[in-house]
Design a protein around this ligand. Structure first.
Ligand code: GUN
Length: 295
């Protein structure tokens, strides 16, 4: 899928492949030096199809860079207490450097309680309050993975952020809110956060030099809402199902890609934009967690 004219594609798959190459070189050096090989554990509860696909991608990425990995699967009937006990075990397992609990979780399990149970120095998704707060520290521990991936994309495409008007649409705990903070702290940008209570969304998005959309509503950003020459980052990945699609579904971003690409100077596609970067960040965080624990 190519933009119609000026808009150049930000190729998340290529940047992610570059990062994976860099990581695998570091893993080889660690092995040669007799240091510990990074080990990622993945906890998956239930049999949600989308979660299974995401987890498969994470396992594949571990294999590509030479990490060890462990898959831990539990039925969706597992109690919160039991899941907490498993997390405790992984927290204490000295061979596991980092782990994630794939979301969503069944309704009877509190995401907040589960997330907060994860040791911050093994929290390679960067979901814990400690790691959220670490964004504003001089020495961040493990950065939230998707925002980290977006910042890395901007850096590797040489998009200047200092003093730029960045508008983040979506204030979620896992993406919009930490990303806004990272754009202020690391990016030195002027940041506006819009959310479902924002009045006249377009009046804000039209001011954006860098527009980042993380809502989960396909097509919420249309061409008339975007300034000519803006950099547009689409974090949305909604599965839209239908018999006409090859796998029974397609992934749709939040941005009306074709029309917006004609106005943007740079734009991420969906899929192939931010998605692969979340996995690259997960690997970067796992390597960092390993280096912190086993220098
Ligand atoms: N579900 C959708 N995206 C993610 C992610 O980045 N991490 C986890 N743990 N669950 C998810």
């Amino acid at each position: 899928m190519q933009p119609e004219k000026a808009g150049t594609l930000i190729d998340g798959r290529k940047v992610s492949a570059d990062i994976k190459r860099e990581i695998s070189e570091k893993v080889i050096l660690r092995k040669q030096a007799g240091q510990k090989v990074p080990h990622l554990a993945i906890i998956l509860v239930g049999d949600d199809g989308a979660s299974q696909t995401y987890v498969d991608h994470k396992v594949k990425a571990c294999k590509e860079v030479g990490f060890h990995y462990t898959m831990m699967r539990f039925a969706d009937t597992i109690s919160e207490d039991k899941l907490m006990k498993h997390i405790d075990q992984v927290n204490r397992d000295t061979d596991v450097d980092g782990f994630i609990v794939q979301l969503p979780l069944p309704d009877h399990i509190s995401v907040e309680r589960i997330t907060e149970k994860i040791r911050p120095d093994k929290d390679v998704d960067g979901f814990t309050n400690r790691n959220f707060g670490s964004i504003v520290s001089k020495n961040p521990l493990l950065l939230p993975a998707t925002p980290y991936g977006v910042m890395e994309l901007l850096k590797r495409y040489h998009v200047p952020t200092e003093g730029q008007n960045c508008v983040v649409v979506g204030a979620s705990r896992l993406v919009g809110a930490p990303l806004a903070m990272m754009l202020v702290e690391e990016g030195r940008a002027t940041v506006t956060v819009c959310h479902k209570y924002t009045k006249d969304l377009a009046s804000f998005t039209r001011q954006a030099d860098i527009l980042i959309v993380a809502v989960g509503k396909p097509g919420i950003v249309t061409a008339d809402m975007v300034k000519e020459g803006a950099v547009v980052i689409d974090v949305g990945t909604t599965r839209v199902e239908g018999p006409q699609y090859k796998n029974g579904y397609v992934l749709k971003g939040d941005v009306d890609f074709k029309a917006v690409a004609a106005k943007a100077s740079l734009i991420t596609p969906v899929p192939g934009g931010v998605g692969p970067m979340t996995i690259a960040s997960l690997l970067l965080n796992t390597l960092r967690a390993t280096e912190l624990r086993n220098p």
